[in-house]
Design a protein around this ligand. Structure first.
Ligand code: ADE
Ligand code: ZN
Length: 317
């Protein structure tokens, strides 16, 4: 549609996207066929656990380095077609069956992503996701792993999976390790849990917050976000599919922007939620009433809030 073309042409950074779930649908179907496994459910999930199960099925398809390389090439090619000049993809390297160790996974993924970036003209950075359900030892190990790859393609640590029962404060020590290595800290918070988790993420020195939208339930937390300039990496369709809000019309992104909170727009898990990052801009305009000028501001905020090099930001902004 004309609208899609318009928002695709806007230079932007995609800061909230999980690598495995950015797989193309055709590629997924091909690999499911080759492996003789069922195609995972898409777009409709009875609950968050069933969503994580579908995500696990995508990870299971990535059982050879060749598949991982194809995934990276396609994700970066798609990003280029979406006007993405910088992509920060999140991944849980210790879940990869294609490699013996998480270290091996990153040794392969980082240069392969960088090469894809050069081919397609997109800057790439990796976020090492800590699985918040996997306990404190995993969190420290993931942070130490990420730290060893600081300056070699890893730009930050993230924190993913179900917030309920696993508060962000549990990752405080892991975040310290990341920060000492010069990495960013970009946890998921304020998605399945409320504004207190966004406040907690801010207290822990988060550089950005993935989702963070439930901050809207507490004006004091909204004010903390606005005055700090910490960017929320917002994914409206994800929030609707996972039942955080009943519809896009109920989503707080317009209110957060009105209140001066910096927000980038992302697709989170494009294959599982049936949207790419450009679709999210179009929906924000058409279904959430956000003006084109304000969405251009989100695109600028995404580039400015990214971990991309200063020279790229200067050229793109
Ligand atoms: N991992 C992938 N997508 C996620 C989401 N929306 N929330 C938490 N963890 C995730
Ligand atoms: Zn996410």
């Amino acid at each position: 549609s004309p609208s899609y073309e318009r928002y695709a042409a806007l230079p932007k950074a995609h800061l909230h996207v999980h690598l495995e779930a950015a797989m193309r649908e055709d590629t997924m179907r091909q690999w499911c066929g080759e492996d003789g496994v069922e195609v995972p459910p898409l777009v409709e999930f009875p609950d968050f656990t069933r969503f994580l199960d579908a995500y696990g099925l995508l990870i299971a398809l990535l059982r050879t380095p060749e598949r991982v390389a194809r995934l990276l090439d396609e994700v970066v090619a798609d990003a280029a077609a979406q006007g993405v000049v910088a992509i920060e993809f999140a991944s849980i390297p210790d879940k990869s069956a294609a490699f013996d160790t998480a270290e091996d996974a990153l040794e392969f993924i980082l240069p392969t992503a960088a090469a894809a970036g050069r081919r397609h003209g997109v800057w790439t950075g990796a976020i090492v996701s800590i699985d918040r359900g996997a306990g404190p030892a995993h969190a420290l190990e993931a942070a130490r792993l990420a730290a060893r790859f600081a300056g070699r393609g890893v730009v930050a640590v993230g924190l993913v999976a179900d917030e309920r029962g696993n508060p962000v404060a549990g990752a405080a020590d892991a975040f310290s390790i990341a920060r000492e290595a010069g990495l960013g800290v970009v946890p998921h918070a304020g998605e399945l849990a409320g504004p207190e988790e966004v406040r907690s993420a801010l207290d822990l020195g988060a550089d950005r917050i993935q989702h963070g939208v439930r901050a809207a339930e507490d004006p004091r937390v909204v004010e903390m976000l606005a005055s700090s300039g910490v960017c929320l990496d917002v994914c409206p369709s994800s929030n609707v599919v996972l039942g955080v809000y009943p519809s896009l019309g109920d989503h707080p992104l317009p209110a957060l922007l009105d209140d001066g909170v910096r927000c980038s727009i992302g697709a989170d898990d494009p294959l599982l939620f049936g949207v790419d990052v450009v679709d999210e801009y179009v929906l924000a305009h058409e279904r959430m009433g956000i003006s084109e000028a304000r969405l251009a501001g989100c695109a600028r905020a995404s580039i400015d809030s990214s971990f991309a090099p200063a020279a790229l930001k200067r050229d793109a902004l």
